[in-house]
Design a protein around this ligand. Structure first.
Ligand SMILES: [Zn+2]
Length: 83
């Protein structure tokens, strides 16, 4: 797994949405770049705020515009295979 951080996660979401590869894990709706809504809050099991900031962690998620499910970005990144 590639070391994740909030900025890397945001970029990965942008790329996945732009390639039509981002879905809601609950209802399987496609999340478009225009429909991508990302939120975060401080959480000890979240992603580091930066590559050198392991003590500042945020739980990052995107909300499905169709069903409202809050998709944990950490799970998306962990299930992702890097080329
Ligand atoms: Zn959904």
């Amino acid at each position: 797994m590639v070391a994740a951080s909030v900025p890397r996660a945001l970029k990965a979401l942008w790329v996945m949405a732009n390639l039509d590869r981002l879905r809601c894990m609950a209802c399987m709706s496609q999340i478009t770049l225009e429909g991508l809504q990302v939120s975060m809050y401080p959480h000890e099991d979240g992603l580091p705020a930066g590559d050198d900031d392991p003590e500042f962690r945020f739980w990052v998620y995107y909300t499905c515009p169709r069903c409202g499910y809050q998709n944990a970005v950490k799970k998306i990144l962990e299930g992702r295979v890097e080329p």
